[in-house]
Design a protein around this ligand. Structure first.
Ligand SMILES: NC(=O)c1ccc[n+]([C@@H]2O[C@H](COP(=O)([O-])OP(=O)(O)OC[C@H]3O[C@@H](n4cnc5c(N)ncnc54)[C@H](OP(=O)(O)O)[C@@H]3O)[C@@H](O)[C@H]2O)c1
Ligand SMILES: *[C@@H]1O[C@H](CO)[C@@H](O)[C@H](O)[C@H]1NC(C)=O
Length: 300
């Protein structure tokens, strides 16, 4: 009899556990807040590297929801066109500032511009990328390592440092565009991968510091797979066998996660998340899997 009671108790515990688990899953998948334009209407957004590619699409997403936009990159003509299109899509305002992120003073000036023109900042979207020298064998070129770390890491930190007061005042958000190359070492693009790993370290640590100080400032890290921007396709299109994912959907997913203040977003989720899990569990298998994607004849 006591044994029977014991079995009953175990069953009850299992049932309780299962219902809790199902409940949690349901909560996770369905109760998730939905994105509404009012959350973004009138908010002040800076998007770096917004003259083309994913940054351009992120700007359009914020524009459709009525944000005030400040765009930045090096090419004025492109920025002007993107700003114009932002207005057509419904932005409350759209400005741009020409700036080269290879220079940290320029990064500070961009934030000054945000302060002067927008009077504050709700979203800092760190997206620009450059200076990492294409997709080729690493041949000890220190200048490339230095420029990649400056453009792709240090300038992100500088922008963040300079914008910190404004972001705290607005209880705003930082959205950092990272990559699978910031989670898994990637051949032929060592300097880029190094900068992305550095971003992951800095911004995941910053998120904890802010939290422990009870500062309401969200940090969203976007871990992206291969996206079909003109530049990415030009650089790696004939060197890897992966299929590129649409930049428009990518921008949508990233902006949604940022506005909902999620800590992380992986896009495209179902093809990339398993790779991240494999990395911890069976790294050797992951390496063999990924090695098959490179078209070695086209890489020097
Ligand atoms: N596309 C992908 O497959 C992929 C995959 C994973 C992660 N990502 C990440 O997604 C983000 C956007 O990538 P993307 O493919 O959209 O790149 P992209 O099309 O090459 O655009 C890069 C942007 O950065 C700007 N930029 C480049 N060098 C700069 C500099 N020195 N100073 C200031 N701005 C500079 C460019 O404008 P100007 O030339 O006018 O300066 C452009 O607006 C990056 O963080 C990238 O690492 C992309
Ligand atoms: C944190 O900031 C967001 C956006 O400004 C706001 O919606 C939320 O209520 C704030 N949370 C707390 C705990 O103050």
């Amino acid at each position: 009899m006591p044994e029977f009671r014991h079995r009953g108790g175990t069953m009850a515990a299992i049932k309780l556990f299962l219902s809790l688990f199902v409940g949690l899953c349901a909560y996770y998948f369905y109760s998730e807040e939905t994105l509404s334009p009012e959350m973004v209407q009138g908010k002040r957004v800076l998007v770096t590297g917004s003259s083309t590619g994913i940054g351009e699409q992120i700007a359009y997403e914020f524009a459709r929801m009525g944000a005030h936009l400040l765009l930045t990159a090096r090419r004025e003509k492109q920025l002007k066109e993107v700003a114009q299109k932002c207005l057509e899509l419904g932005a409350s305002s759209a400005r741009y500032v020409v700036s080269d992120m290879n220079n940290l003073i320029s990064a500070q000036n961009v934030i000054e511009e945000a302060r002067n023109k927008l009077g504050g900042l709700n979203y800092l979207v760190l997206n620009h990328v450059g200076g990492s020298g294409g997709f080729r064998l690493f041949q000890g070129d220190m200048a490339t390592v230095t420029s990649s770390m400056t453009v792709n890491f240090l300038s992100y930190v500088q922008l963040t440092v300079s914008a910190m007061t404004m972001l705290q005042e607005s209880q705003g958000s930082i959205i950092v565009i990272s990559s699978m190359s910031g989670r898994i070492g990637t051949p032929f693009t060592l300097s880029y991968s190094a900068a992305k790993f550095a971003l992951e370290g800095f911004y995941s640590s910053l998120r904890r510091e802010l939290h422990l100080q009870q500062i309401n400032l969200s940090v969203t890290i976007a871990v992206l797979g291969y996206i079909d921007t003109d530049n990415a396709v030009k650089i790696v299109g004939d060197k890897i066998t992966m299929k590129a994912n649409p930049k428009e959907e990518c921008a949508q997913v990233v902006v949604r996660a940022g506005v909902l203040r999620h800590r992380e977003v992986i896009y495209p989720y179902w093809s990339q998340k398993p790779l991240l899990l494999l990395k911890e569990w069976i790294p050797g298998l992951l390496e063999r899997l990924l090695d098959k994607f490179f078209i070695m004849e086209n890489i020097r």
